[in-house]
Design a protein around this ligand. Structure first.
Ligand code: BGC
Length: 966
C-alpha cells in the first residue's frame, strides 16, 4: 500500500537545532554493527524469556567484532575505534569497574513466563471502540498493521514519536509528545507545575483540571498521545532523579493523582500514557550503554511489593481508562520490562484488564519477536538498539516474523487493534478535533521552515513546520493555583506568616521593633527593612538557559529531562515580591547570589532566603548530579547561605523566612531549629507562575494547604538501605534487590520507629482544624477473596489467522524511501527466512487467568466500597482555608498470621474548603482493594476477615486526630 505521502518521501535538508543529548549517550553501542535480524534470531538459552542479543555474551561479541575488525578494516577505522573505545571507557568507568570485578552475568529472564498475550476487547467500557477497530483492522494489509505498531525512527516526524499510518483504511500517523508537565519542545504553551507539586496539593479537582488544560494545549498543537502522567518512579529512593515527575512516594497518592490526570487529559480526547511500567526507580544504569554498561539495572521485586506499591498506581490509571502504558528501560527480575511477559501479559493485560496499547520507552525495546510475544504493542521511537540507527527491531523485521510464523498473526492483529481501538475510544476519528496532519510545531527547530523528517539524511523540501500557535488560553490560572496549593508550610513560629504588603501588620511591627531594640540596642524606624537572598529568588540567565533545563541556575521551577518544557515565561520570586510589596512602607533589598555580602545584613529586620535542589533524567549530568542526586543536601551552598543569613540578619535576631524549591526531600538539619528561622515554605517545583504563587501564600491571599507527598528525614541514611541509589554497579547487570519489600518512605520510618524531620502528609495552615465524630458504616460484609472473576463482558475481535501473501509487504513500486526512515516493507520475499524461532520456556503453556482480573482495572469487586468512614472537620481559627483530612488504614495483623503489615497506609484523602467556623462532614469510601493485601500464595487480593481494621484520620501520617475500627 502507498505510504502517507504527506509525511514520507519528502525532500530537503536536515535541521536538528534542538535534537537532544540522548544521541550523545547511546551511540557508543558496540552492537550497532549488528542488523536487527541477528537480534531476532538469537538463542534464548536457559531463560524463560528470549534473551536480547547482546545479553548472550558481550565478551564473546566483542571478541568476534575485534576478529572481524583485525581481519580487514583500515587503519583509519582502527584510530576511530581506539578513540571511541577510549571515550567510552572514560565515560563508563563504572561499567569497566564492574566488568573487572564481576565476570559472571546472571541468567537472563528470571521473571516467570506468562503467555499467550491476552487480547484486547473484553471490557464493556471499550466494546464499541473495539467493534469499530475490528472493521478497520480487518481491512489492513500486514504492512499497514506493522506500520501502526512501529515508530518511524528518531526525529522522523515533528513530535518526539510518530508511528506509521494505515492510509488506505484511513488510520492516520499518531503524534506522540512529552511530557508530564506541558508540551515539550513547543512554543506558546503553559509550563505547569511538576507532578510532585501536584501531589503536594492533595486536591483531586486541581489534578484533573491541570490534566485537562494540558490536553487542550496538546490537541491544539496537533498531538494525539501525551507521554504522561508519570507514576513510576514511585520514590523508593528520595534522591532518585525523576521522582519529581510523579506525585509522591505513596502508591495511593500516586494512583489518585495519576488517575485524575488521566481523566483530565482524556476528557479532551487526547490519549494519556501512564509511565514508566515499572520500577524505573533510579537513573543510574536505567538503560544499556548510557552508563558504560551493556545492560540496564534489574529491579528485583517480590510479588507482594510489586502489587501493593509499584504496580498499584498503574491499576488506578487502567481503571480510569488510560489509552496507553509505557514500559520502562530497566529490567524487572532480570527480564527487560518491555519484554517481560509476566508484567505485560500477566499483570497489565490479564490481571488489570488493560485494553489500550503498551508502548516502549524510547529504545527500551531490546528484542524483536520476544517483545511482541511478551505483550509490547508499539515500539518507540522505532529505531533498533542503537539511538537513531534506523535499524528497527520491528518494522520490516516484524513483517518477516509474521510471515515466517515466528509471531502469530493473532498477535499482530491484537497489537494493531489495541492501537486503533484506543484511537476510537478517545474519539480521534473526529477530524474536526484531530486533523490528519503533522503537528503545527516542530520539536527540532525554532525556525518557521524546516523538514518533516530531520532525522533522515535524505534531501527533503522545506515546509512551514512552526506555526507558533498560542494555546495557553487562561491556563496560567490553573498553573498558579496548583503552585500555590502545592506549597507546603513547614514552620511558622509565632505566626510570622502571612506577611502584609507593608511587611508586618502595625501592631506586630511595633512589638517586633521593641524586641529587636532590646536584643541589639538598635531602634528601627521608618520603612520596614527586608532583604531577599539567594540565586534561587532570581532569574539567573533565564529559565531556558540550559537545554532540557539540564542545569541548576536561577530560580528552580522544574527538574530536567524529557519531563521538562521550554518556559514561555517564568515569574521569579523577586519579580513578584518587588511588584507586590508596598515600597512606601517597605525597603526591599535583594542579593540574588548564594554568597551575599554580610555587611548589609545587620540592618535588616526580615530576611527571606531562597535555596534549592535539582535533579533530572539520566541523559544529562549537571555538576555532581548524574540524574539522581548524590545526596539530599541543598545545592550551590544553600545551607551555608541560610545559616549565614540567620546568624547575621538583624544582628542575628532578625526574622528569617526560608523558601525551598526542590525536586524532593532536602535535609534541613543545619538550620531548621535556629530560633530566628521562623518560617519555612517548601514550594516544590512551581512552574511558570512560581513568584506569583509564592506571593499568594506569603501574603495570605492563599491560605497554605499543601502537604508533603514524601517524608523529610533527618539524614539520607534514615530512609534505610532500600532508600539508597546504587551509584556503582554491583555487576555486569546491576542487581538492585528491593529487599525492603513494602517498607519505603513513611512505611520504613514507622516500622523502624525513626523520627522524621517532617512526616509524610505534613503541612501547616494559617488556621486550625478540629476533627471529631468519626463514624464507621459497613457497606458490605467482609470476605477474604473477591467475587469470582466475571466472564468477559465482550469478545475480542476475531480475524482470519491465515498468514497473508508475502507480496503485499513489498515496497510499493516507484516508492523512494527516505534513508534511515523505518518502513514496514521488504525489498524482496527472499528476505523471509524460516529458521525455527527459539521460543522462551513456557511459551506454549497457557497460564491460568488471574482471579484478580476480569474487567478494565481488574476484578470489579475490588473497586466496590466495603466500608465508609466519615469525620467532621471544623475550621476553628482565624481565617478561611482548606483542610486535608487523611485516612490511614491499620491492618488487623492478628487476623492474618504470618503476614507482615505496615504500621499504617494511606487509603483516603480529601481537600475541604472551610470558612472560618465552618464544619463539614467528609466521607471516605474504602474499596475491597484498599482493604486487601496481595497474597503471594493465593495470587489474589485478600481482605483480612479476623480482627479489626483500624482507621486513623488526621493531618499527616503521624498526626492522628480521630480513630475508629471495623
Ligand atoms: C523517557 C520517557 C520519554 C521518552 C520520549 C525517554 O527517555 O524516559 O519518559 O517519554 O524519552 O522523550
Amino acid at each position: 500500500m502507498a505510504p502517507d505521502q504527506s509525511s514520507r518521501g519528502l525532500l530537503g535538508a536536515r535541521s536538528d537545532r534542538r535534537s537532544f543529548d540522548k544521541n550523545d549517550h547511546s551511540d557508543s553501542d558496540s552492537d550497532s554493527d549488528l542488523d536487527a535480524t541477528e537480534f531476532l534470531d538469537r538463542e534464548a538459552q536457559t531463560s524463560s524469556e528470549p534473551k536480547p542479543a547482546f545479553l548472550s555474551s558481550p565478551a564473546a561479541r566483542w571478541k568476534s567484532s575485534l576478529a572481524r575488525f583485525l581481519a580487514g578494516r583500515s587503519r583509519r577505522c582502527l584510530i576511530v575505534l581506539v578513540f571511541v573505545v577510549g571515550v567510552w571507557v572514560l565515560l563508563g568507568a563504572g561499567g569497566t569497574f564492574a566488568y573487572k570485578k564481576y565476570q559472571q552475568e546472571p541468567t537472563y529472564g528470571l521473571s516467570p513466563p506468562w503467555y499467550p498475550s491476552p487480547k484486547g476487547g473484553i471490557a464493556s467500557t471499550w466494546a464499541e471502540s473495539y467493534k469499530k477497530a475490528a472493521k478497520m483492522v480487518d481491512k489492513m494489509t500486514l504492512a499497514e498493521k506493522v506500520n501502526v505498531t512501529t515508530g518511524t525512527g528518531w526525529q522522523m516526524g515533528l513530535s518526539v514519536g510518530t508511528n506509521g499510518p494505515a492510509v488506505h483504511v484511513g488510520f492516520p500517523q499518531l503524534q506522540l509528545q512529552d511530557g508530564p508537565l506541558g508540551i515539550r519542545f513547543a512554543d506558546n504553551i503553559t509550563a505547569f507545575p511538576a507532578g510532585i507539586t501536584v501531589g503536594a496539593t492533595w486536591n483531586r479537582q486541581l489534578m484533573y483540571a491541570r490534566g485537562k488544560a494540558h490536553a487542550i494545549e496538546a490537541r491544539e498543537k496537533g498531538i494525539n498521545v501525551l507521554l504522561g502522567p508519570c507514576v513510576g518512579p514511585l520514590g523508593r529512593m528520595p534522591a532518585g532523579g525523576r521522582n519529581w515527575e510523579g506525585f509522591g512516594a505513596d502508591p495511593y497518592l500516586q494512583g489518585i493523582a495519576g488517575a485524575e490526570t488521566v481523566k483530565g487529559i482524556q476528557s479532551e480526547g487526547v490519549m494519556a500514557t501512564i509511565k514508566h511500567f515499572v520500577a524505573n526507580e533510579q537513573e543510574h544504569f536505567r538503560q544499556p550503554w548510557e552508563w558504560g554498561l551493556p545492560h540496564a539495572v534489574s529491579s528485583n521485586i517480590d510479588d507482594r511489593a510489586l502489587h501493593e506499591l509499584y504496580a498499584w498506581p498503574f491499576g488506578d490509571a487502567v481503571k480510569a481508562g488510560v489509552a496507553s502504558v509505557m514500559c520502562s528501560y530497566n529490567m524487572v527480575n532480570n527480564s527487560y520490562s518491555c519484554g517481560n511477559s509476566k508484567l505485560l501479559n500477566g499483570i497489565l493485560k490479564d490481571e488489570l484488564g488493560f485494553q489500550g496499547f503498551v508502548m516502549s520507552d524510547w529504545l527500551a525495546q531490546r528484542g524483536g519477536v520476544s517483545t511482541a510475544l511478551a505483550g509490547l504493542d508499539m515500539t518507540m521511537p522505532g529505531d533498533g538498539v542503537g539511538w537513531a540507527d534506523g535499524k528497527s527491531l520491528w518494522g520490516p523485521e516484524l513483517t518477516k516474523a509474521v510471515l515466517n510464523g515466528s509471531v502469530p498473526v493473532e498477535r499482530i492483529n491484537d497489537m494493531a487493534t489495541r492501537i486503533v481501538a484506543a484511537w476510537y475510544q478517545l474519539g480521534q476519528d473526529d477530524e474536526t478535533k484531530f486533523p490528519r496532519q503533522p503537528p503545527n510545531f516542530s520539536s527540532w527547530t525554532n525556525d518557521r521552515l524546516g523538514v518533516l523528517a530531520p532525522g533522515s539524511p535524505s534531501p527533503q523540501p522545506q515546509v512551514q513546520v512552526n506555526k507558533f500557535l498560542n494555546v495557553q488560553a487562561n491556563h496560567s490560572i490553573i498553573a498558579r493555583e496548583v503552585a500555590a496549593e502545592g506549597t507546603v508550610l513547614l514552620k511558622n513560629d509565632a505566626g510570622l506568616l502571612p506577611l502584609t504588603r507593608q511587611g508586618l501588620p502595625d501592631a506586630k511591627l511595633k512589638a517586633r521593633r521593641s524586641v529587636l531594640a532590646r536584643a541589639t540596642g538598635k531602634q528601627h524606624t521608618g520603612k520596614f527593612k527586608i532583604g531577599i537572598f539567594g540565586e534561587d529568588a532570581g532569574p539567573g540567565n533565564g529559565p531556558n538557559a540550559c537545554k532540557d533545563r539540564g542545569c541548576n541556575q536561577g530560580t528552580l521551577a522544574s527538574g530536567w529531562g524529557s519531563g521538562a518544557v521550554e518556559f514561555p515565561y517564568l515569574v521569579t520570586p523577586i519579580e513578584a515580591l518587588r511588584s507586590q510589596f508596598n515600597t512606601s512602607r517597605v525597603a526591599l533589598n535583594d542579593y540574588l547570589v548564594n554568597k551575599p555580602p554580610t555587611s548589609a545584613m545587620a540592618d535588616l529586620e526580615l530576611c527571606i532566603v531562597f535555596a534549592n535542589a535539582d535533579s533530572g533524567e539520566g541523559f544529562t549530568k549537571w555538576d555532581d548530579v548524574s540524574g539522581d542526586r548524590p545526596n539530599l543536601d541543598l545545592q550551590k551552598g544553600g545551607d551555608a547561605l541560610i545559616t549565614t543569613v540567620a546568624s547575621t540578619c538583624g544582628g542575628g535576631v532578625g526574622d528569617v523566612i526560608v523558601v525551598i524549591h526542590a525536586v524532593g526531600p532536602v535535609l534541613m538539619e543545619k538550620w531548621i531549629d535556629l530560633p530566628n528561622v521562623k518560617a519555612v515554605l517548601l514550594a516544590n517545583l512551581p512552574g511558570e507562575e512560581s513568584g506569583n504563587a509564592l506571593a499568594d501564600v506569603l501574603f495570605g491571599d492563599v491560605n497554605p494547604s499543601g502537604h508533603l507527598p514524601f517524608t523529610i528525614g533527618k539524614s539520607l541514611k534514615d530512609y534505610g538501605p532500600g532508600g539508597q541509589v546504587m551509584y556503582r554497579p554491583n555487576g555486569v547487570v546491576p542487581q538492585q534487590d528491593f529487599t525492603e519489600g513494602l517498607y519505603i518512605d513513611y512505611r520504613y520510618f514507622d516500622k523502624q520507629g525513626i523520627e522524621p524531620r517532617f512526616e509524610f502528609g505534613f503541612g501547616l495552615s494559617y488556621t486550625q482544624f478540629k476533627y471529631s465524630g468519626l463514624e464507621v458504616t459497613p457497606r458490605k460484609t467482609k470476605s477474604a477473596l473477591p467475587k469470582e472473576r466475571p466472564s468477559p463482558a465482550a469478545e475480542p475481535p476475531a480475524y482470519s489467522t491465515a498468514v497473508p501473501d508475502s507480496k503485499e509487504v513489498l515496497f510499493p513500486e516507484g516508492f523512494s524511501p527516505l534513508e534511515k526512515y523505518v518502513y514496514p516493507y521488504l525489498r524482496s520475499v527472499d528476505e523471509i527466512v524460516s529458521d525455527p524461532y527459539p521460543y522462551p520456556d513456557g511459551w506454549d503453556t497457557k497460564q491460568p487467568l488471574s482471579g484478580a482480573g476480569g474487567a478494565e482495572g481488574g476484578n470489579p469487586d475490588l473497586w466496590e466500597v466495603y466500608v465508609e468512614v466519615s469525620v467532621e472537620v471544623e475550621n476553628v481559627d482565624g481565617v478561611a482555608g482548606a483542610a486535608v483530612p487523611q485516612l490511614y488504614l491499620e491492618y488487623p495483623a492478628e487476623g492474618e498470621e504470618g503476614v507482615d503489615f505496615p504500621v499504617r497506609v494511606l487509603r483516603g484523602f480529601e481537600k475541604v474548603w472551610l470558612e472560618r467556623g465552618q464544619k463539614k462532614k467528609v466521607v471516605f469510601g474504602l474499596t475491597r482493594r484498599d482493604l486487601s493485601y496481595w497474597s503471594v500464595e493465593r495470587q489474589n487480593w485478600v481482605m483480612v476477615v479476623g480482627g479489626e481494621y483500624g482507621f486513623a484520620v488526621g493531618e499527616s501520617s503521624r498526626d492522628v486526630k480521630v480513630r475508629g475500627s471495623w
